[in-house]
Design a protein around this ligand. Structure first.
Ligand SMILES: Cc1cc2nc3c(=O)[nH]c(=O)nc-3n(C[C@H](O)[C@H](O)[C@H](O)COP(=O)(O)OP(=O)(O)OC[C@H]3O[C@@H](n4cnc5c(N)ncnc54)[C@H](O)[C@@H]3O)c2cc1C
Length: 486
């Protein structure tokens, strides 16, 4: 018997939920292929997004390919060529080194301007935006996706061949795809305050590692001659529970830390302090399903070491569009056909993100705080005396240097063990390298004993911490083995 194929009237080829960097960038790439793309964005452009506004060289490379570096917003954006790393009683100023294949140094670009530029670029190549329109839910049928949206009081459906979740850290598409709520283990929280009339070199961004918010950082990112984006990021699980306490951490840091106070001078808060959650990568979780794909922060593409995510939003958008091109040619949007996207993420980012995830897990154990702080002191002191080392450390935070290549596990363990010894003078003597230390058997055992004795105080929570470290090491090892085979 002759089978008659059902004729479907699609409203569009691709429906994208969310018009941030990931959503607008994937819409741009797919529209350029001639596909009909609709982006539903719950806010109206130009819209703000709480962020540090630091746009890394890798992100700028993607913007360059989209023609955005010739725009006015890019030309007037503040260029960053140095990073200050501050601990309580010391600091290192490190020059940023640009890898050969990247055309520009990092810039500080307010998100209200950056996201608007990507949105305008996507519109120019034919993307249709439905602003102030929220994706409520979607349903995948055998041959289409039906998405339910809300625009003011109006609720309506859009039919497409595939839905892309680009709706950020609280993604509705991810929640429906994975049938899950939020996993606190994979959450950071960030606060941002804009200041005017601040001081200091406009080409230097500063990062502060201070005991009251560790693991976590404070930052001062200059917007130009007088403005600055100041904020903090930290792991949700180790964060104070009340919002007021969180704000107080930042305001106390601004008032009491001599280094940031010197840069703020008589600067004035321009806007109220705002916060936002950050979700980072869990390689075990799906990023694709039948007719569904996640990009950017909806997929958890954030580096937990630095909190950076704009570059991953832009990269994942381009990689996904390359895979989707083939899916459209074959008219096949099954999970299997979308799987190469997950493979690219694993190959390009998996190792680095898994390694960063392991590193941030160590200081989650607050009972060992003095040891972590000493380890950070050692890193900063070494960066101060060894420019090459400093370049690597800031390259990691900038995303231009893969953390797993620089911070080998062996090296990290040595630094942590150094931190375990009281009397930091010995270790701050930079003539002594980690290798000298490890060869000194008595000191090695003394520090290991100190760490073990701290751990034995609260056995239950420390065993959980150790078991998580074990799991994360296994995860990192998988990538390490894979990378030696490739
Ligand atoms: C305090 C803080 C500081 C940060 N600093 C930096 C930094 O300096 N550099 C850096 O690289 N990264 C930084 N990040 C991370 C960065 O902000 C994210 O990686 C980036 O915004 C991810 O882009 P995205 O497009 O995936 O998501 P988003 O930028 O979050 O965009 C998602 C969009 O989806 C929309 N949306 C959400 N739900 C729906 C829905 N149901 N329907 C329709 N639309 C919806 C939202 O309105 C939003 O416009 C920071 C994050 C925080 C919180």
């Amino acid at each position: 018997m002759l089978k008659i194929k059902e004729k479907i009237n699609f409203d569009c080829d691709v429906l994208v939920s969310g018009g941030g960097p990931a959503g607008s960038a994937i819409a741009y790439h797919l529209s350029k292929l001639g596909l009909r793309v609709i982006v539903a964005e719950s806010e109206k452009f130009p819209r703000d997004k709480v962020c540090g506004d630091a746009v890394s060289p890798i992100a700028i490379n993607e913007l360059h390919e989209m023609g955005i570096t010739s725009s006015n917003i890019f030309r007037k954006a503040n260029e960053i060529t140095k990073v200050g790393l501050f601990v309580k009683n010391d600091h290192a100023i490190v020059n940023l080194v640009l890898p050969e294949h990247l055309p520009y140094h990092a810039r500080i670009i307010p998100r209200i301007e950056l996201d608007n530029a990507i949105f305008e670029t996507a519109k120019k190549v034919g993307t249709e935006f439905l602003e102030q329109t929220r994706v409520l839910k979607y349903k995948v049928l055998s041959n289409k996706v039906i998405t339910t949206l809300q625009q003011e009081q109006k609720v309506f459906d859009i039919t497409s061949k595939i839905i892309i979740g680009a709706d950020g850290s609280r993604s509705v598409v991810r929640r429906l795809l994975r049938k899950e709520t939020f996993d606190e283990d994979y959450q950071l929280v960030g606060l941002r305050a804009y200041y005017d009339e601040v001081k200091g070199p406009s080409d230097r961004m500063d990062v502060y590692f201070i005991e009251d918010n560790f693991p976590g950082i404070y930052w001062f990112f200059p917007e130009g001659e007088s403005g600055a984006n100041i904020g903090l990021a930290t792991l949700s699980k180790t964060f104070p529970q009340k919002q007021q306490q969180v704000k107080k951490l930042l305001t106390d840091h601004i008032s009491n830390n001599k280094d940031i106070s010197a840069r703020i001078g008589n600067g004035k808060l321009r806007h109220k302090i705002e916060g936002w959650p950050i979700t980072f990568y869990d390689a075990k979780k799906e990023v694709t399903g039948n007719r569904v794909l996640l990009v950017g922060e909806a997929a958890g593409l954030i580096n937990p070491l630095s909190g950076d995510g704009i570059q991953y939003a832009l990269l994942s958008a381009r990689w996904a569009s390359e895979i989707l091109k083939k899916c459209f040619e074959e008219d096949d949007f099954t999970t299997e056909n979308l799987q190469p996207y997950k493979k690219i993420l694993d190959k390009e980012l998996g190792y680095d993100l898994a390694f960063s995830n392991l590193i941030v897990h160590f200081p989650r154990n607050k009972s060992l705080l003095p040891i972590w702080m000493k380890a950070v002191d050692i890193l900063v002191a070494r960066a101060k005396n060894d420019q090459k080392f400093g370049e690597i450390i800031v390259g990691i935070s900038e995303g231009t240097f893969p953390s797993f290549q620089a911070l080998t596990l062996d090296f990290i363990l040595k630094i942590l063990l150094q931190g375990g010894i009281s009397g930091s003078n010995y270790f701050l003597d930079m003539k002594k390298q980690p290798s000298d230390f490890i060869e000194d058997g008595s000191l090695f055992w003394k520090s290991a004993k100190q760490i073990l004795s701290e751990i034995s105080h609260d056995r239950r929570s420390n065993m959980e911490w150790i078991s998580q470290i074990g799991k994360k090491i296994v995860n990192v090892s998988k990538y390490a083995i894979k990378s030696t085979k490739d």
